[in-house]
Design a protein around this ligand. Sequence first.
Ligand code: XIL
Length: 460
Amino acid sequence: MRNARWKAASRAAIALTGAGALVAGMALFLTAPAAAGTTLGASAAEKGRYFGTAVAAYKLSDSAYTTILNREFNSVTPENEMKIDATEPQQGRFSYSAADQIVSHARSRGMSVRGHTLAWHSQQPPWMESMSGSALRQAMLNHVTQVATHFRGQVVAWDVVNEAFADGSSGGRRDSNLQRTGNDWIEAAFRAADAADPNAKLCYNDYNTDNWTHAKTQGVYNMVRDFKARGVPIDCVGFQSHFNNESPYVSNYRTTLSSFAALGVDVQITELDIQGASAATYRSVVEDCLAVARCNGITVWGIRDSDSWRASQTPLLFNSNGSKKPAYDAVLAALNNGTTPTDPPTDPPTDPPTDPPTTPPPGPGGCTATVSVNQWTGGFVATVKVTAGSSAINGWTVTIGLPSGATVTNAWNANRSGSSGTTNWTNVAYNGQVGAGQSTEYGFQANGTAGSLSPTCSAS
Ligand code: XIL
């Protein structure tokens, strides 16, 4: 972003060369700050951040809602649609339509998507709530793998684990069925998410972790420090920041954000709402984020007060009739006046290549495909591994003959033709190029019985 603005300014300066007396005055203009944005998303983008909101799929048919969403925000978090009860209502049967609807609404409008959430003690489907021990551990890891794989390339950051720490003075873990599978369940979830989607940012997310002096904040901090020291793949920490009379905003919030950032993770404000929506408090929260280089985005937990999970607290930026509240003006002003931090992020973004990448010629080495099946009574999930031969390939087609009675219901990371009998599968945009000897995976879910499947692969 900084780079793109710099290039635009350079082009303008070159265009002005030779314009005589105008040049001096325009040069002054060019060194002035960029024009203030007029929406939350545009103003946050000027500061190298995103401004997002929680979105409910069923509200996407409400035009008053989508008008504000599309105008103001450049990031979305599905409010409930990616939770475990929504995405795996029955064990091994995944349901993505509501989440996919939000993802497609967002991505077709250039908004990024935060995924929320892969592993959590709450909003578990009944089958998971009643599980324990190694069966639960395995089911949780399978859930993380399947869901992160389904959304690979579409979700920029995942709340891999949500709310695993206890409230109060212990600073320790919350008791839950997941915690009882062993203290390493959190890192196991992060490693599974990393394997399924190596490019997504992987976050730990929690509430009441805003006050730097609280035991819970320190407990999470110590876990993140330990993860970084041991190489557990964690990239970010989400602060829900539901502020209310019991859990108010405190001025050491900035210390909390900067202390976590100093561990080498991004920090994000993920579910912001403030009881009563004090303009001053909203402004402070935004200023605190802007003051921390690695605080790279803010998400409010809903658009209008009527959309809030705590509607009676009127905690959001828009009235129920869709009009802007004083808190909105305060947030926009804070985004526009905030300074761009001088301390660069630890991992600065790399410049995009100047020339589009050239397409390598197809390799002669072909490809092979293998399949592993997770069968239950009446259905199965197949994971297909495509491996390039002695040369890199530029695209692939896998053919799988399904036994009679088997019908595909859902697939990820491949295009499909045919849902029964002979099925053909081709790469999608991001997994066609596979290096010599390297592999990529796709999967599908089907009704019926898999039997033994014998995939064949051809490369292009
Ligand atoms: C809330 C949703 O807003 C409600 O619609 C739902 O009934 C319950 O969950 N912490 C979280 C969010 O991580 O997922 C919660 O969202 C709010 C608290």
